[in-house]
Design a protein around this ligand. Structure first.
Ligand code: CP
Ligand code: NVA
Length: 324
């Protein structure tokens, strides 16, 4: 493989054959080695893209993309990624499908499986994505639900890997809402053996089952995992600080209360002064400047948010090439 290699070539080949045809609803669907495979694959595909050496591994294949919520990065990176690999992607707004008039997930899954080779879906509820995957005969990829955002977390790992050169011994701190992005991030980081700290306001913690599983994964991979309501303690000596919006899509009616509850969790110059000098700032985007993050931080020299957004394209290609 190319310069950054987590697994040997033999191991990569073994894992590759195991991943074909699988769904990706959460990174808990995969072993730690399979997650490392996807990062290695993304590194390789990124290099091949830059060198003009990408192989058309999706030639003749079509990805169907269903969106129940807005998207810029997920939509465009999946569409461009599919085209770069020689395939074709179809954007479907759920409201325009018969799904929007009440056709069942069951029937939609069966019908789309007759037409396309894989389905990417961004849905309001994780349960709907599970149901789609249960009835589809082609791989289903979660492009964000209320519970998880696994595609984002793979791009996040790729970015950390490129900048820091390794995961072991690196401290990743998520500060903010214990939401979909946080869930996938902590699982991903535990898979690759990063030391993880999650700092949320009281009452906005991550799902306890997700935390339990991530803690176990971290222990298996020889790293530490902590939860706290103290953002200063959390970011002390951090190698990477990550945040997301305080109010996710679908929670708009809670905005006023959240602005009050999250006020000590803004990533600003004072907070990041406790991190290592070469800490990285990460955010899945879209961001609200001066809400969850100060403009000076997101537009500052430690911010990698656009590099991270760009990596969505290569992480997506790794997932598509592996599963489809
Ligand atoms: N980070 C992310 O998933 O962005 P979009 O909502 O624009 O897809
Ligand atoms: N937590 C955010 C992420 C958007 C990419 C949301 O669900 O709206």
């Amino acid at each position: 493989m190319v310069q950054l290699t987590l697994l040997t070539n033999d191991k990569m080949a073994d894992i590759e054959s195991n991943l074909k045809g699988r769904d990706m609803l959460s990174l808990l669907d995969f072993s730690s080695e399979e997650v490392k495979y996807l990062i290695d694959k993304a590194v390789k595909l990124k290099k091949d893209t830059k060198d003009g050496k990408l192989k058309p591994v999706l030639a003749g294949k079509t990805l169907g993309m269903i969106f129940e919520k807005n998207s810029t990065r997920t939509r465009v990176s999946f569409e461009v990624g599919t085209v770069q690999l020689g395939g074709h992607a179809i954007y479907m707004n759920a409201k325009d499908l018969q799904l929007g008039r009440g056709e069942s997930i069951h029937d939609t899954a069966k019908v789309l499986s007759e037409f396309v080779d894989g389905i990417m879906i961004r849905a309001n509820s994780h349960e709907r994505v599970k149901e789609l995957a249960k009835h589809a005969s082609v791989p289903v990829i979660n492009g964000l639900t209320d519970m998880y955002h696994p595609c984002q977390a793979l791009a996040d790992l790729l970015t950390i890997y490129e900048v820091k050169g390794s995961f072991k011994g690196k401290k990743l701190v998520y500060v903010g809402d214990g939401n979909n992005v946080a869930h996938s991030l902590v699982i991903a980081a535990a898979h690759v053996g990063m030391d993880v700290v999650v700092a949320t306001p009281a009452g906005y913690e991550c799902d306890p089952e997700v935390i339990q599983t991530a803690k176990q994964l971290a222990e298996n991979n020889g790293s530490s995992f902590e939860e706290t309501n103290d953002s200063v303690k959390a970011v002390t000596n951090a190698d990477a600080i990550y945040t997301d919006v305080w109010t996710s899509m679908g929670q708009e009616e809670e905005t006023a209360q959240r602005l009050i509850d999250f006020k000590d969790f803004q990533i600003n110059d004072e907070l990041v002064s406790h991190a290592k000098d070469d800490y990285m700032f990460l955010h899945c985007l879209p961001a609200i400047r001066e809400e969850e993050v100060a403009t000076s931080v997101i537009d500052g020299e430690n911010s990698y948010v656009f590099h991270q957004a760009g990596n969505r394209l290569h992480a997506q290609k790794a997932v598509l090439a592996a599963l489809l």
